[in-house]
Structures are given as C-alpha cells and as structure tokens.
Design a protein around this ligand. Structure first.
Ligand code: SF4
Length: 394
C-alpha cells in the first residue's frame, strides 16, 4: 500500500494554487499541534480498519510539510511503522519549500527522522517570476535549500519547477532549466502552469494578464524535454524526469493503479475499488477522526471507471498502455476497437506502438487531454456494447 499524508499549512497562499491549505499566522503552533495529534489518531484508526498493511512508500505532501518540526515527522513515521508495517526499503518522500527548509540543522534532522527522498518546491530561479506567482522564497534561498539537502545526504533529491508562466518566453525557460540542472538534482518534476478557476492568478488572467502563446508553451515543453534528456534525465511521465534509478516509486504507484491510503484533510484514498476523500477542512476532518466517523460519499469504482482510469493513467507514462493488460481488464482488443483513431494519431506522430504498448510521443503528450477524452468516448461505447451483448439471451 502507498500512504499519502496531507499537511494543510503554508506560509502564505500562492497565486495559482488550488490545493487545500491555509496560511499560518503567528501563534498558530496550537493548530499544528492539533493537526499532528489528529493525524496520529487517524493512523491508528485506519490500522484498526485495514489491519497491519505493508506500507511501501510514504509521501508527505501539501500544503507545506516542511512547516512540521523534524521531531513531529519522526513521531509520525514511528506511529506509521507501529500501526502498519513499514517496509525496510520504504521510499519516504517529503515536500519542502525553500523558505521553511533552510533553518540550520533541519535537513539533517529530517534525514535522521527517516526521510529518504526530498522534493524541493523551487518552482523558478527567477525572482520576478517567483514574486508574480506569490511564492515567498527567493532564488538565493532555493539554491541554499538545495545545498542543505545535499549536505544531509538524502537518497534522492527532486526539484519541482513550472513553465508557461505569465511573461515567460522559451529562452527564459531554457535558461531556468540550465540553472536548475546546475543544482544537480536527481529528479525533476516540471509542471506546465494550469489555471485553476478560483485562484487569484485565474482572476488576473481574466483581467488581462497574458500567458505565453500556445506556440511558446509547446516550444517550452518540447525543448525542455530535449534539454533534460540530453543531461540524462529520462522522461518517465508527462511531467517527470529522473536519472537512472531515481524515479519516484510513490507516484509511479499511482500511475500503475496501486492502492493508496490518504491521511489528513482533503486526502484521497483508493482501496479495494472504492474511493473517498477526507473533508477539506481542518476542524471538520479533526472532528470526524475523533468521532471515528467513516468517510462519506464513497465511490464504488465499477469496471467502466477502472478501465477509463487505466487508459488515462497509463498514457501519462512513457511505458504506455499495455494491450495485453487492457484485454485482461476488458476482454477486448484495444488496437482493433480503436484502429481508425489510433491510425490517425500514428499518422500525426502523436502515438507509437512498441512491444505491445501504446505510447504517446512527446507531441502526443502535449495534447494528451484531448486524446484521452476521445478514447474515453469510444471505449465507453464499446464497453456498453459488451454489457448489452452479455444481457442478450442466447
Ligand atoms: S506552497 Fe504549495 S501548497 Fe502552499 S499555496 Fe503554494 S503551491 Fe499551494
């Protein structure tokens, strides 16, 4: 099982973000303490419900996990190990933001607490872009955080960065990547900016703030991939690149459809084909945990939902969609069912078919949402046909 822990605090809210978190103010230590106590209660609650499941990866995400003290992280990991069974070689990832990571000794203490993989939210090494996006750290702090991480000897260090920012040009992005790679991370997560409806950034764009043109965005994505791959960071998912041996096992688990338990407000879980979300509110989540309340609105993932998710997740990865696995899941031949559309995609150099896997090309990844949406329509129809055929009496 994969375990995700959502830490719902940030120093301040970034202009583009829609994740659940609240900005901390002075004297908020009590809120953090309450969160930690509730999280520990939630770990015990789920261990009672699920038994001593083997946990292969833990991912502290958020929000800003680096607002927790290293001793709190150590305690949480001890409780996870006690309640479940933490694999000896478990990957334990931790998202950190530069401004809350550079305090003397923090990186070393996190490493001693058991964190193996650090994911540093650098986002950009350009102070003007950082400010525009509402980030509270500077490029200098990001470089210092990276230095601290290296000195603490994490097994793997990843850098999160963003492209497609307002005012950004392909040359700016190339310069960014060059500077970021000089920090020598083991892994890159490079996300294209997506506008979330309710964010201040979306409001600013509605008010006239210009985003890069589609052509410039395509150039940033494709040239970024080429540059990272030339340095030995191989793409393994639409937005993720790693040196050999440094892929994120936790995120790979999501894309491979593994079961995961999410703890903390707003965290999502998928276990035994059932999916639910914790309440995205610190106080309400805390009350629910202390009342030992089961999550409401549990979604049963029927066969159709599982098949569509399989298509969507596997096409995100460079390994791609296995025709054999698809047949096992559906009893149908993916190539035959979709041959006209697949042929058109192939002619446009948007997919390749290799060793029984259908893979998006780099250009295909740029338009993956549109490709997946078309496949969903076709596959839903086929699956409904199969259901109908099954119901027809012989
Ligand atoms: S620090 Fe991360 S989680 Fe917090 S507001 Fe910014 S992007 Fe969102």
């Amino acid at each position: 099982m994969l375990l995700y822990i959502h830490v719902p605090f940030c120093r301040s809210r970034c202009a583009y973000c829609s994740f659940y978190s609240s900005a901390l103010s002075r004297g908020d230590e009590g809120r953090i303490q309450k969160y930690q106590d509730t999280l520990i209660a939630e770990i015990a609650l789920w261990a009672d419900r699920l038994g001593k499941e083997r946990v292969e990866t833990v991912f502290f995400g958020g929000g800003t996990p680096s607002l927790l003290s290293a001793s709190a992280v150590a305690l949480i990991l001890t409780r996870i190990d006690r309640a479940f069974s933490l694999a000896g070689n478990a990957e334990i990832s931790f998202e950190a933001n530069p401004e809350s990571f550079i305090a003397s000794g923090y990186a070393r203490d996190l490493r001693a607490a058991g964190i193996t993989r650090l994911s540093l939210g650098v986002q950009s090494l350009n102070d003007a872009f950082l400010q525009r996006m509402g980030r509270v750290h500077s490029a200098k702090e990001a470089a210092l955080a990276m230095q601290r991480a290296r000195q603490a000897h994490f097994s793997s260090i990843s850098v999160d960065c963003m492209w497609g920012l307002p005012g950004q040009k392909p040359d700016d992005w190339k310069r960014e990547l060059k500077e970021l790679s000089s920090l020598q991370p083991d892994h890159f997560s490079c996300y294209g900016l997506t506008l979330e409806e309710t964010t201040p950034l979306a409001e600013a764009v509605r008010g006239g703030l210009a985003l890069p043109s589609e052509q410039d965005q395509a150039a940033m994505y494709l040239e970024g991939i080429a540059y990272l791959e030339s340095l030995g960071y191989l793409q393994y998912e639409i937005s993720n690149f790693a040196r050999k041996g440094f892929r994120c096992r936790h995120n790979l688990g999501y894309w491979q459809g593994r079961e995961y338990l999410g703890l903390g407000p707003s965290a999502v879980s998928t276990i035994q084909n059932r999916r639910w979300s914790n309440i995205p509110d610190l106080a309400a989540w805390s009350e629910a945990v202390h009342n030992r309340a089961l999550p409401e609105d549990i979604e049963e993932l029927d066969r159709k939902a599982r098949v569509l998710e399989y298509i969507m997740l596997r096409l995100r990865t460079t390994r791609g969609l296995s025709v054999k696995a698809y047949r096992k899941l559906t009893g149908r031949n993916f190539l035959k069912d979709n041959h006209i559309f697949l042929q058109a995609l192939h002619n446009e150099d948007l997919i390749r078919i290799r060793g029984g896997f259908i893979q998006l090309t780099h250009t295909g990844m740029l338009v993956s949402n549109a490709i997946v949406a078309r496949l969903f329509e076709a596959v839903e129809e086929r699956l409904s046909d199969t259901e109908r055929e099954k119901k027809v009496p012989a």
